[in-house]
Design a protein around this ligand. Structure first.
Ligand SMILES: [Zn+2]
Length: 139
């Protein structure tokens, strides 16, 4: 298996359901699905609302602000593609509107990084130039 094949395996398969989410990231915006019936806002994108199973689901823009729900600092690269990136932080980010994302926190300060710390989205490119959203501590 080539290195590019293993790197591409780290990225999601783009489908009709999630294409708008990834296109938005490429345009520097965050979106989520929102249920027209119960108003639940959720990720990952899906055809049905996970709260009430309604099919009346649409897209809504998010504020790009959130907070740390949980995090871990990695000191060992668990994939060869990340060997030059350690140490780095992987976090569960709770967005202001409710959905949670797993992402990285850039330029973090372990003295102030804690559960509940405010974050803002940063739109970057990952391996193979795939558009990704990461986060930075808000000061
Ligand atoms: Zn619903």
């Amino acid at each position: 298996m080539s290195e590019e094949t293993t790197i591409n395996a780290l990225y999601p398969v783009i489908t009709d359901n999630n294409k708008h989410f990834y296109d938005s990231i490429e345009n520097g915006e965050l979106v989520a699905n929102q249920c027209d019936d119960c108003h639940h806002t959720f990720l990952p994108p899906a055809k049905n609302c996970p709260n009430c199973l309604s099919e009346n689901v649409d897209w809504t823009a998010l504020s790009c602000e959130g907070s740390v729900y949980s995090y871990v600092e990695y000191h060992r690269p668990y994939h060869e593609a990340f060997k030059d990136k350690v140490p780095y932080v992987v976090a569960i980010v709770e967005l202001k509107e409710g959905p949670r994302l797993i992402s990285n926190i850039l330029d973090y300060d372990l003295k102030t990084l804690r559960v509940g710390a405010p974050l803002e989205a940063v739109f970057t490119k990952g391996l193979s130039n795939f558009p990704i959203v990461q986060f930075r501590q808000k000061i």
